[in-house]
Design a binder for this molecule. Sequence first.
Ligand code: FES
Length: 84
Amino acid sequence: MSPGRAGDDSDAMNEARITSYRDGPLLVRGPFRLEDQDGNEIEAGAGTIALCRCGKSRLRPFCDGSHKVVRFRAPSGAESGRGG
Ligand code: FES
């Protein structure tokens, strides 16, 4: 682990952390700005947010729990077969 990375509370206060959940959304914690492709801010409120990655939410880009209904399946980590 490099200095100033995971586990360092001072960094945790200064950078966003995005966590990919198995069969679910991407949770974003920390300071961030969410915007559309034209640079317009998407109001996300304060604190942790969940971004949909199943494509079925009715609140996109936010998760509304629909991933459970559609039984979305994806690993928490990167899928193998990703180009490189
Ligand atoms: S990941 Fe939750 S609704 Fe898509």
